[in-house]
Design a binder for this molecule. Structure first.
Ligand code: AMP
Length: 185
């Protein structure tokens, strides 16, 4: 099964991706970008300076190429963490999967109040190496970009979209996701 977890930064989707990682190949555009930056590749540094280090999203064609290059179709269960974020990425993903005889079963959208998200990100800054969380203006830019795109994503996925109440505990959310996945398989 192929699924995607989407939600505003700090909504807890990364935590669920981590909890699901024994059963899914988990692919995160943000992690790919951070790895490229930490490995000091020129492309990684350029992408940091031009986009994500400033709180801006990486252009669709670049992020799609990076994320899709990590897909391994030998693996049955694949999870995209925070991909797609735009309609263009959603269409690229569907086409890529279709060309390979696969499809995306569910997109889990993590819903959460903006205030809770901002609080969580503030705490994350203290515990993780996330230089892109350092200033509130970069955080706010990311959150606004998310809200600019989410209605198009919802319209596109229709019945494939599953709304998750992200104010629940991580255990409750995990059980919700598992029950939907297990009913399908
Ligand atoms: P994340 O770890 O998901 O919070 O991603 C960190 C940063 O990487 C984001 O703020 C974006 O700049 C960039 N990024 C990650 N995934 C995407 C995506 N699907 N589309 C555009 N930019 C992305």
């Amino acid at each position: 099964m192929i699924i995607s977890l989407i939600g505003v930064s700090g909504s807890g989707k990364g935590t669920q991706a981590e909890m699901l990682k024994d059963n899914f190949l988990s692919i995160s555009g943000g992690r790919i970008l951070r790895d490229m930056y930490l490995q000091s590749s020129q492309e990684g540094i350029d992408l940091y300076n031009n986009y994500w280090g400033k709180g801006e999203w990486v252009p669709d064609n670049i992020i799609s190429k990076l994320v899709l290059s990590k897909v391994n179709f030998q693996i049955e269960n694949i999870l995209f963490d925070a991909f797609p974020r735009t309609l263009a990425q959603a269409i690229t993903l569907d086409n890529f999967l279709k060309d390979n005889g696969r499809d995306l079963s569910y997109v889990f959208e993590f819903n959460i109040k903006k205030e809770i998200v901002l609080e969580r990100i503030k705490n994350r800054e203290k515990t993780e190496l996330r230089s892109d969380d350092k200033s509130f203006s970069t955080i706010q830019k990311r959150i606004l970009s998310y809200y600019d795109n989410i209605s198009m994503i919802r319209d596109y996925y229709k019945e494939r979209l599953v709304l998750i109440d992200a104010s629940n505990s991580k255990e409750v959310i995990f059980r919700n996701i598992l029950s939907i996945i297990n009913n399908e398989t």
